[in-house]
Each structure stands twice: as structure tokens, then as C-alpha cells.
Design a protein around this ligand. Structure first.
Ligand code: T5A
Length: 208
């Protein structure tokens, strides 16, 4: 066991805003700094729940809105024990989407906000959420937008409004990526992480 627990960093934002690009670059930079770092993506489409989620997102299977919400949450609970182990061993986790996506996307469909939060209760609370924003007109034009069921501009606007209810400046950084290069955004993220990393509590906290 490491004497210092790993940091937990989450990237959030609308579809195609650049989360995966930035998560991968962040993992690489942290590893270059000598930090043991792992990338986790939600949904994890490789598990049993992930397979159902993938069928739903690609339009092959229809599911009740409550059911798909609980599947996304279960997909996170499946990783819970492994994540705790890694953090305690001193591994930094960079997580591409998390509970905030769950709540923002489902509540944007009109489901009760508190109901959406409740199955997330008890999951690990991140030390830092990087909320990537951009001009929706730009992200909707990016490659592959429109391939999955949530890739509709009007729905994305509702999701953004739902995210705004979740912003907690005590551990969220809003990173406006509009007209910025991938490298500029990466630099901004590194600066934000550096500031947050000086203030990590010894113990793991839990949502919500
Ligand atoms: N969902 C997810 C829920 O409803 N509930 C949940 O609990 C969870 C976890 C799938 C869907 O599931 C929903 C949300 C989603 O609708 P996903 O697989 O993470 O989730 O889907 P996306 O968010 O669409 O993930 P993507 O990987 O497709 O998009 P990213 O990661 O935001 O974007 P990225 O990095 O792949 O970049 C997209 C393109 O933009 C370019 C990249 O090169 C790439 O071509 N790009 C830039 N171009 C110009 N300037 C920049 N600064 C750029 N940054 C990236």
C-alpha cells in the first residue's frame, strides 16, 4: 500500500467536446511526471451492463428511461471495488465521464433530479471535476456526432442546463475550450490539476 492515496480526476461535458482526447493526454502527462495513473471510461462497454448500454445508445434496443439510468449507475458500481483498491495503492485515476453524466443526461429527459442522484450515493467522490465546454454548434459538427441516440443538438442544450445544476466550484473547474487547440486545453487542465493536487484530503470521500 502507498502512503499517499491516488488522486481522482473526472472529465465531464457534452458529446464530442473533447473529453477522451484530453483524458488520454492527461494520463500520458501524469505518467511522464512519474505518477502511476490509469484511465477509466464510463460507460465501460466491455461488461454485461456495458453491452446493454451500448445496444441502447446505438439504437438497437429500446429501454425504459429509469432502466437505462440504473444500468449506467450499475456500470459504475461494477468498477467500485477495483477503483478503491487502485486509489489506496496510490494510483491516480483519470475518469472519462462519471455520475454527473448519469444525472445530467437522465434529468435532461425530464426525470426527477433527486431520483437521478440517489443510486449514485456511496460512489467515490472525485477530488476534481474538469467540466469541458464549447460552442455547441462546433461540437455538433465534429466527426461521428449524430451516431448515437443522445447526439441531437436540442437535447445537448438541455443536458448542458442540467450540468449547470451540478456545478460545485469547491471541486469543479470549468474549462472553456471554444477556439482553443487541443494543446492549449491540455495546458489549462494541467494547471488546474496542479492547484487541486495541493489540497487533497487523506481520506476518500463519497457521493453525495
Ligand atoms: N451517458 C454516459 C449517460 O447518459 N449516462 C451516463 O451515466 C454516462 C456515463 C456515451 C453517451 O452516454 C451518455 C452520454 C453520451 O451521450 P461517451 O461514449 O462518453 O458516452 O460519448 P461521447 O461523449 O460522445 O464521447 P466521445 O468520445 O464520442 O466524445 P469526447 O470524448 O467528448 O470527444 P473526443 O475527445 O473523442 O473528441 C471528439 C472530436 O473532436 C476533436 C477530436 O480530435 C475528435 O475528432 N477535438 C477537437 N477539435 C478541435 N479543437 C479541440 N480543442 C478539440 N478537442 C477534440
Amino acid at each position: 500500500m502507498s502512503s499517499q492515496r491516488g488522486m481522482i480526476i473526472v472529465l465531464e461535458g457534452l458529446d464530442r467536446v473533447g473529453k477522451t482526447t484530453q483524458a488520454q493526454k492527461l494520463v500520458q502527462s501524469l505518467r511522464n511526471q512519474g505518477k502511476n495513473t490509469e484511465l477509466i471510461r464510463f460507460p465501460d462497454r466491455s461488461t454485461m451492463t456495458g453491452n446493454l448500454i451500448n445496444q441502447y445508445l446505438s439504437g438497437q434496443t429500446k429501454l425504459n428511461d429509469h432502466v437505462i439510468h440504473l444500468l449506467f449507475t450499475a456500470n459504475r458500481w461494477e468498477k467500485f471495488d477495483q477503483m478503491i483498491e487502485m486509489i489506496k495503492a496510490g494510483t491516480t485515476l483519470v475518469i472519462d465521464r462519471y455520475s454527473y453524466s448519469g444525472v445530467a443526461y437522465t434529468s435532461a429527459k425530464g426525470l426527477d433530479f433527486d431520483w437521478c442522484c440517489s443510486p449514485e450515493k456511496g460512489l467515490i467522490k472525485p477530488d476534481c471535476v474538469l467540466f469541458l465546454t464549447t460552442d455547441i454548434n462546433e461540437s455538433c459538427k465534429r466527426e461521428d456526432f449524430g451516431q448515437e441516440i443522445y447526439d441531437r443538438k436540442e437535447f445537448q442544450k438541455s443536458v448542458h442546463q442540467a450540468y449547470e445544476k451540478l456545478i460545485d466550484k469547491t471541486y469543479w473547474n470549468i474549462i472553456d475550450t471554444t477556439n482553443k487547440t487541443i494543446d492549449d486545453v491540455h495546458d489549462e487542465i494541467l494547471k488546474a490539476i496542479h492547484v487541486r493536487s495541493t489540497n487533497i484530503s487523506k481520506n476518500i470521500s463519497y457521493l453525495w
